[in-house]
Design a binder for this molecule. Sequence first.
Ligand SMILES: Nc1ncnc2c1ncn2[C@@H]1O[C@H](COP(=O)(O)OP(=O)(O)OP(=O)(O)O)[C@@H](O)[C@H]1O
Ligand SMILES: [Mg+2]
Length: 259
Amino acid sequence: MAAFCARENEDNPSSAETEPCARAAFKADKRPEVLAMATRTPQLIARDLFQSFRIGARRIEVLRGISIEIARNEAVFLSGASGAGKTTLLYTLAGLERPQGGTVEFEGLRLYNGSSATEARLRNEKMGFVFQGYFLLPELTALENVLLPAMIGRRATTDVAEESLAAVGLGDRLHHLPAELSGGEQQRVAIARALINNPDIIFADEPTGNLDSKTGDAIIDLLLNLSRARNKTLLVVTHDARLAARGDRQLHIKDGVLQ
Ligand SMILES: Nc1ncnc2c1ncn2[C@@H]1O[C@H](COP(=O)(O)OP(=O)(O)OP(=O)(O)O)[C@@H](O)[C@H]1O
Ligand SMILES: [Mg+2]
């Protein structure tokens, strides 16, 4: 466990060095009454989130006053029925979907508040996202798909993309197109892409949704091991209660609120 507690990210001296072995601390503190709240200085703070959608004459209230705190290096799993609002909540926390009410603060910066360019840069540099259903560009190779976010950001190098693909076990699939890869391999490419800019947090939306249970287990192992080894916060959406239990903390969304 000690090896997982050393921080790799030299860019971010204010973070985990002062909070060693955070994950171990969370394992010891899984009290239900702190379900939605982190026990240390949070990295991500959401307060009173509201979101609703109008479909014809009907309005669906998807988020009805959700508050959540996530600490650095925590692995939080979010479950809930189909349509319960998991993706909506993940997008809202990641700065991708403005809520109708409430606030989101990430590493001290209030999202949906300042210039969209600043927020886009923050997302690009500090957040990695594994989207529901891979979202790989079919005409680009694995290597090119992984390089994309780095080309938008500041640190685009093929070496880093190759290292990222090697870290997910695809060092020998660099030049394959998505159609030439299995579902599990495509999901690994999506994870390598989320890692490319060395983010502080990884959001993963149903990363095992399209996979058989053995491949799904391997993907969760990979996400947990990589986030532990590289000191990254992890927020994973899953339908699977068995997989959700593998994180430090579980959240369940039902009727627009967290349980
Ligand atoms: N842009 C939108 N316009 C209208 N309705 C939307 C929009 N986005 C989401 N919804 C509705 O909000 C509800 C929650 O959607 P969301 O995608 O967050 O659910 P989910 O929990 O991720 O479901 P799943 O497990 O099927 O992925 C659904 O009823 C969906 O139809
Ligand atoms: Mg979803």
